[in-house]
Design a protein around this ligand. Structure first.
Ligand SMILES: Cc1ncc(COP(=O)(O)O)c(C=O)c1O
Length: 385
């Protein structure tokens, strides 16, 4: 708790500043909490359901979720990945966070190692620790792609899983098919060497938010020991509704036991099942997303503005974050300098990578525009251009 979440800490500091200076004078780019409203189709589906309620829709259900919802999700996953996934390969969960916890609870024995790629969503450390696992961090190259030689060196007999997250929080980097193939071949070589089985957990919370016409890469299809953990928090802008799912590769070994384990863990972790009302709604919204063009515009606006000021950053290709270098070594100090201008960001060490800071641009255009003054002043202070 003392180490805490830097993201939450900055979000809370923003709330204090907003009280002091007024909402419009604080530029909060800390949390990945989209200000976009859910698509119109969501509201229509909600209205329709409330006007014609289905008998029993508020009761307990199968712990895996409603069969019809899982079938609709399975259908969409099959279309997107190109492999045939059935309703029984899907478990509805309480967000992507719930999905990752259910998977880890199911597969980990005490002391098992789980590999994560820095910079990463650091809640993974807490989730792995929840289930008595040990996080092992692999470094990235200067384009924020995982260093595959480092990965090979860090896989041991105790490696039970690897978590990938593309599009990535905090960098916005999107992995290519070629890169995923190379990553998978490292896993397969090590599995042979140790006669082990390594699961690939593909955290796809941002999979609908990909820009510049880049393709979605179906990790689920590429590796048979893959499980997708995802949600509708970002693609339908429903993070408070806590609705997500796990999709299991249909060709995974001992699939029946694995899926039974996932369903059991969904129950005993205390989730019991994913929210009933949301399951009823997202069943009809599988092909819908918020406006990707809006996010791409915001990405372009912030990327162009910051690079013109002299900030150094890798151009994000997805999600709604960017991860520029801090012009001084101490990222906490730099973030505090920005904060003096009421611009709230998160230090890179909050993602296991000091020397950078994260900007979340899922906010209104006015907030982005308002933040530029502070970014410019701070760039001048550190003589960036
Ligand atoms: C990479 C990543 N994974 C998982 C989550 C958790 O998502 P959810 O709100 O669906 O639990 C987040 C939330 O921001 C995230 O950034």
């Amino acid at each position: 708790m003392a180490e805490g979440s830097w993201t939450r800490r900055m979000f809370e500091e923003a709330a204090v500043l907003k009280k002091k200076h007024g909402e419009h004078n604080v530029f909060d780019l800390s949390l990945g909490n989209p200000i976009m409203e859910p698509p119109a189709e969501f509201k229509q589906a909600l209205k329709k359901l409330s006007e014609s309620p289905i008998s029993g829709m508020h009761r307990y259900m199968e712990n895996a979720g409603y069969e019809e919802t899982r079938a609709a999700v399975a259908n969409q996953v099959s279309v997107e990945t190109g492999i045939q996934v059935g309703a029984h390969d899907i478990v509805m969960t309480v967000g992507a966070a719930g999905a990752i916890n259910v998977i880890l609870k199911t597969i980990l024995n005490s002391g098992d190692e789980v590999i994560v790629f820095a910079p990463y969503f650091m809640e993974y450390d807490n989730y792995i620790d929840n289930h008595s696992g040990k996080p092992v961090v692999v470094k990235a190259d200067d384009k924020f792609l995982p260093d595959l030689a480092d990965l090979a060196g860090k896989i041991t007999r105790k490696t039970k899983a690897v978590i990938v997250n593309s599009p990535n929080n905090p960098t916005g980097v999107v992995y290519s098919t070629d890169f995923v193939n190379r990553l998978v071949s490292v896993l397969q070589n090590k599995e042979k060497e140790y006669s082990s089985a390594i699961y690939l957990i593909s955290d796809e919370a941002y999979s609908s938010l990909i820009y510049d016409g880049l393709p979605y890469v179906p990790v689920l299809k590429i590796y048979h020991r893959c499980l997708i953990a995802t949600s509708h928090s970002k693609d339908l802008a429903l993070p408070g509704e806590r609705i997500g799912y796990i999709a299991v590769n249909p060709n995974i070994e001992a699939k029946a036991d694995l899926v039974s384990g996932l369903i059991f863990c969904n129950r005993i972790l205390g989730f019991v099942n994913a929210p009933a009302l949301m399951q009823k709604l997202i069943q009809h919204l599988q092909h819908i997303t918020v406006s990707i063009a809006d996010y791409q515009e915001k990405r372009d606006f912030m990327y162009n503005s910051l690079t013109n000021m002299g900030y150094k950053l890798v151009k994000p290709q997805g999600a709604f974050y960017m991860f520029p270098q801090t012009p001084i070594e101490n990222d906490i100090e730099f973030v505090h300098e920005l904060q003096k201008h009421n611009v709230l960001t998160v230090p890179g060490r909050g993602f296991g990578t000091p020397g950078y800071f994260r900007i979340s641009y899922c906010v209104g255009q006015q907030t982005l525009e308002g933040s530029l003054f502070g970014f410019r002043k701070t760039a001048e202070q550190f003589r960036l251009s």
